[in-house]
Design a protein around this ligand. Structure first.
Ligand code: AMP
Ligand code: MG
Length: 489
């Protein structure tokens, strides 16, 4: 046992590392690079409890050492994963350039979780980068991923943020930090692309079998595992993007390396929630072409799925043409599925359970009006749920009043025993992490005041509940200035 293992308090990690036992081409065995003066600034007690960790009674100093990677726990086999990806449409070999997987933790229920430190120093995949992360973006990931979880959207989780006590040079020196990310795995579309690009069929097959065993064991007995795996991902990613659309979430960098095979939202970079409804909304300063705009997210999901399917072609059928035909048919089913599921979701936002021939028009007419009149996306649905929102006189608009009459008539076709408001309340959040509130909280945290971020985190734990004194968090920004997020890594 190493010195560090002897020194460390046991917080009940229960490591069972399987990725580590794949061949060397999947990873680089590497430890986090120690940091100067770690200080724990956020810790997710509830998540720690859900993971069956025991951090009670452990000094903050110890936790700071643990969650900076300065002290590696017993049973850890730390590694950086190899992967590739299409970034803004261009193929690149990537890999964990500033992250280290310290192991796979099993909860008491035997659920498996990757534990990853993001910002933990250089690896062989760093490509000239410094391997480090900045406090603001790590807090942003913590905040938004936790918000997504409480919005009932599949996501990686955030367990801790530690300041490293070192400055990180970007445009100017910034505060260094490490985020502990918990994921059901970090296998991405890009992981498959890596082995596909290497034309290593054997490793590709190993990765496919590993992924199926880990995430979709139910398809192990199917006649065509690669095709079934594509189908699983297609259905899961369709559901995921529909949920993003439901709450007005814009991921910002839907590169194939940021698409998880588990169907969780992963890699929160320049992501943000839309205030004013505009399908073309883009926040990322680097997305100048609007590739990852709100309305493009389903299109890109399909594009990414096609890249995934391409990797598996050699495993689908020995006859390449047959394999391509089968994969193409499957990928082409995405649009129909998406359209069906999107209408179902939008209907729920309006409290509609039954079907009527005019439902699609009813939805589109509302959205068109919201777009034209620059209505706040979240608050429009709050208004329909009779939740008080300060939106001036916009809802007095004649067109909207007319639309509302149509909606009420449509509601009268619903089963009276089905409480339409209950449906709406489960689909329409009252509060989302609005950009100006996120920025406000991050700014304070940068000045060492963590009260605003903790307050925001608390409010975001109950996004569907009426909470007292949160009007400030429900209101859109006062200025109509265009908001940008920067890929400040
Ligand atoms: P991301 O934008 O976080 O999805 O990162 C894309 C790729 O760039 C991944 O391979 C990262 O590991 C790598 N990367 C991002 N920032 C850094 C950094 N500061 N140092 C090294 N690699 C980085
Ligand atoms: Mg990434």
């Amino acid at each position: 046992m190493s010195k560090s293992e002897n020194n460390i308090k046991d917080i009940n990690w229960n490591f069972d590392n399987t990725y580590f036992h794949l061949s060397n081409s999947f990873r680089e065995n590497i430890k986090p690079v120690p940091v100067e003066n770690p200080e724990l600034v956020l810790f997710n007690d509830k998540l720690a409890e859900d993971l069956d960790l025991n951090t009670k009674g452990i000094q903050k100093d110890q936790l700071s050492q643990i969650f900076s990677g300065n002290l590696l726990p017993k049973g850890s086999n730390s590694l950086a994963q190899a992967y590739a990806g299409h970034q803004f449409g261009h193929f690149t070999i990537l890999g964990d350039g500033r992250a280290v997987l310290i192991g796979e933790h099993l909860s008491k229920e035997k659920k498996r979780f990757d534990v990853q430190f993001k910002g933990s120093g250089k690896t062989s995949f760093s490509r000239g980068g410094d391997g480090r992360a900045v406090l603001g973006p790590m807090l942003r990931e913590y905040l938004i991923s936790e918000a997504m979880n409480y919005l009932n959207i599949k996501t990686t989780r955030s367990l801790a943020v530690v300041k490293t006590g070192e400055s990180v040079v970007r445009e100017y020196p910034m505060i260094g930090a490490i985020l502990t990310r918990i994921a059901s795995s970090h296998i991405r579309v890009g992981t498959f692309q890596y082995f596909s690009a290497k034309q290593d069929l054997n490793e590709l097959k190993i990765l496919m079998d590993y992924t199926i065993n880990r995430h979709y064991p139910e398809i192990n007995d199917s006649n065509n595992k690669p095709l079934e795996l594509i189908k699983k991902l297609l259905v899961n990613q369709c559901e995921l993007v529909i949920n993003w659309m439901r709450v007005g979430f814009i991921h910002g960098v839907m590169n194939t390396d940021n698409m998880s095979i588990s169907g969780e939202t992963i890699d929160y970079g320049p992501c943000a929630f839309m205030d004013t409804y505009d399908p073309k909304t883009v926040f990322s300063s680097i997305d100048t072409m609007g590739r990852y705009a709100y309305c493009n997210q389903p299109v890109i999901t399909k594009w990414n799925l096609a890249r995934f399917a391409e990797c598996l072609i050699p495993l689908i059928d020995k006859d390449k043409n047959k394999a391509i035909d089968k994969a193409t048919d499957l990928i082409d089913s995405f649009e129909t599925l998406y359209e069906k599921k999107w209408i179902e979701m939008m209907k729920k936002k309006l409290g509609l359970n039954k079907s009527d021939i005019n439902d699609k028009n009813l939805i589109l007419d509302l959205l068109k009006w919201m777009h034209k009149k620059k209505i706040d996306y979240t608050n429009a649905f709050c208004h329909l749920m009779n939740v008080n929102v300060d939106e001036g006189k916009c809802f007095e608009d004649v067109y909207f009043q007319d639309w509302k009459k149509r909606w009420k008539e449509r509601l009268s076709l619903e089963d009276k025993s089905q409480k339409y408001l209950q449906t709406m309340k489960a689909f329409n959040p009252i509060v989302v992490p609005r950009n100006h509130k996120v920025e406000e909280a991050l700014k304070s945290a940068n000045q060492n005041n963590f009260e605003p971020i903790n307050k925001l985190l608390n409010i975001l734990k109950k996004p569907y509940d009426l909470q007292e004194d949160i009007t400030d968090y429900q209101a859109p920004p006062k200025t109509k200035e265009k908001y940008f997020t920067y890929c400040g890594t």
